[in-house]
Design a protein around this ligand. Structure first.
Ligand code: ADP
Ligand code: AMP
Length: 224
């Protein structure tokens, strides 16, 4: 089986985390989400968590050197040696260069950058209804993907919460940051022949079907 080294790109709220959960089950690669790692660090009140909080709360990016150090350490873990699915990283050209430098150094190369795209009005509606379980990490939507019991996680019964940075003010800022700093990565990966685009406005199971089909084809081609 050929290795899958993948990144998910797209605006906040496009459905990256939702798709990542489904894809890691299909392909057995670890889901590495920088936002989740930072929220865990914040919860545990580590130095990294304390440093990241201010940036996250105002919808800004955590500085490149901090995020790059965090992700390189994570990628050196045993479970990431045979493939990974990065969600929320890279978010800047500098981060993308650091990732490709690291992979090069180990004789590896990114398999694909999966862009899940959706316009601002759709992602704003999604983010305003997003609720998460702080313990299981499962993501819901109050209208589009509600839990079986209102306000409670299906997985562990925990009380669902709204992310601190999912308030309307911060969401606008996060979208600005996405357009200014992360969107240039679309051209970056397109120039390198690695970009695959998916219509994120479709229902989750359709988006999933499209990505799964593309990855199955890619993997077959790579193993030929
Ligand atoms: P991201 O990781 O890109 O920020 P999420 O996966 O957390 O996005 O999804 C944002 C919100 O939109 C969540 O509440 C999720 O339940 C919902 N959602 C995700 N994908 C879709 C979809 N294709 N259609 C409708 N709602 C979706
Ligand atoms: P997310 O869960 O991906 O929406 O990320 C939540 C927040 O964490 C972002 O708004 C940033 O403040 C921070 N963050 C996550 N990933 C990165 C990254 N790759 N670079 C910089 N900041 C990040």
């Amino acid at each position: 089986m050929s290795e899958l080294d993948l990144i998910l790109l797209g605006p906040p709220g496009a459905g990256k985390g939702t798709q990542a959960s489904l894809l890691t089950e299909d392909f057995g690669v670890p889901h590495i989400a920088t936002g989740n790692m930072l929220r865990a660090a914040r919860e545990a009140q580590t130095e990294l968590g304390k440093l990241a909080t201010g940036y996250m709360d105002r919808g800004a990016l955590v500085p490149d050197e901090v995020i790059i150090a965090m992700i390189l350490e994570r990628l050196s873990g045993d479970d990431a040696r045979d493939g990974f699915l990065l969600d929320g990283f890279p978010r800047t050209i500098e981060q993308a260069d650091a990732l490709s430098g690291e992979l090069d150094g180990h004789g590896r190369r990114l398999t694909a950058a999966l862009l899940i795209d959706a316009p601002d009005d759709i992602v704003v509606a999604r983010i305003s209804g997003r609720r998460i379980s702080p313990t299981s990490g499962r993501v819901y939507h109050i209208d589009f993907d509600p839990p079986k019991t209102a306000g409670r996680c299906d997985v562990d019964g925990s009380e669902l919460v709204q992310r601190d940075d999912d308030r309307a003010e911060t969401v606008r800022k996060r979208l600005e940051v996405y357009h200014a700093q992360t969107e240039p990565l679309i051209a970056y990966y397109e120039e390198r022949g690695l970009l695959w685009r998916f219509d994120g406005t479709l229902p989750p199971e359709q988006v999933h079907g499209h990505i799964r089909a593309a990855l199955t084809t890619l993997r077959l081609e790579e193993s030929l």
